[in-house]
Design a protein around this ligand. Structure first.
Ligand SMILES: C[S@@+](CC[C@H](N)C(=O)[O-])C[C@H]1O[C@@H](n2cnc3c(N)ncnc32)[C@H](O)[C@@H]1O
Length: 222
């Protein structure tokens, strides 16, 4: 069976064996994508759009690597995972070793060091090197306001085809407006519930359950 036809449940089963953050850092918004959500995202990206198998994929804010590893399981040709946090990358390296995956390179970098102005076409860091970006960026809490948009701008600059991302449903209107400004199309592919209480024990109940959109941005060259 071709890898890209791997059944959703089988993919989720593999992703359930991936180690998560030892000490999640609240300021870096280190909540891992659950195996269930990651499997639905990746499966849909491949079966509906064919944007993983044989593609070069970028995972911005890769954390422990669930989206990178799942992409390889669905046949990605090459994956680069970027994260600011060396401890998260250490967990990611262990996961790659555990699954004997060699198609993923890792880079420790702060998104703000590679973030472009989307209207600025000067040569910046790795412009247009990846076909697909798949990410679960920080949502942009009070301390990090705007970081979610910075991730999307950078992802669009570094890709030729499409960007798949998770965003608070509350920001949907703003995202739609930004996509229009940037000249890219936007589709909401699904909605999930993120339970942050399990990640950050100190999270108040009232803010622990967050509604999240699964979003596809596409360059208009399709
Ligand atoms: C919501 S977690 C997602 C982790 C992983 N991609 C997943 O799906 O489980 C966001 C990730 O972004 C990383 N991050 C936060 N701020 C960053 C920054 N300024 N530059 C690069 N990575 C950052 C965090 O360390 C964390 O691993």
């Amino acid at each position: 069976m071709a890898l890209s036809r791997m059944k959703l449940k089988v993919l989720q089963g593999h992703l359930e064996n991936i180690e998560v953050f030892d000490n999640p850092k609240i300021l870096l918004e280190q909540y891992p994508t659950t195996p269930h959500i990651a499997a639905i995202m990746l499966h849909q990206i491949q079966t509906k759009f064919g944007d993983i198998e044989g593609c070069s994929v970028l995972d911005l804010g890769c954390g422990c690597g669930i989206l990178s590893i799942g992409s390889v399981m669905l046949g990605a040709g090459y994956v680069l995972g970027i994260d600011v946090d060396e401890e998260a990358l250490e967990v990611c390296r262990r996961n790659l070793d555990e699954h004997e995956i060699s198609e993923v390179d890792l880079l420790q970098q702060n998104i703000f060091n590679i973030s472009p102005n989307i209207n600025d076409d000067s040569e910046k860091f790795l412009p247009k090197r990846f076909e697909t970006v798949i990410m679960n960026p920080p949502f942009g809490t009070k301390k990090n306001a705007g970081i979610d948009m910075e991730f999307v701008k950078t992802a669009l600059m570094m890709s030729t085809n499409a960007v798949y991302s998770l965003h608070k449903t509350a920001t949907r209107k703003h995202l739609v407006k930004k996509a229009k400004d940037w000249g890219v199309s936007i589709d909401i592919l699904g909605e999930f519930n993120f339970d942050l209480a399990n990640t950050f024990k100190c999270h108040k109940k009232s803010v622990a359950n967050i509604e999240v959109d699964f979003v596809r941005f596409a360059h208009k060259n399709e």
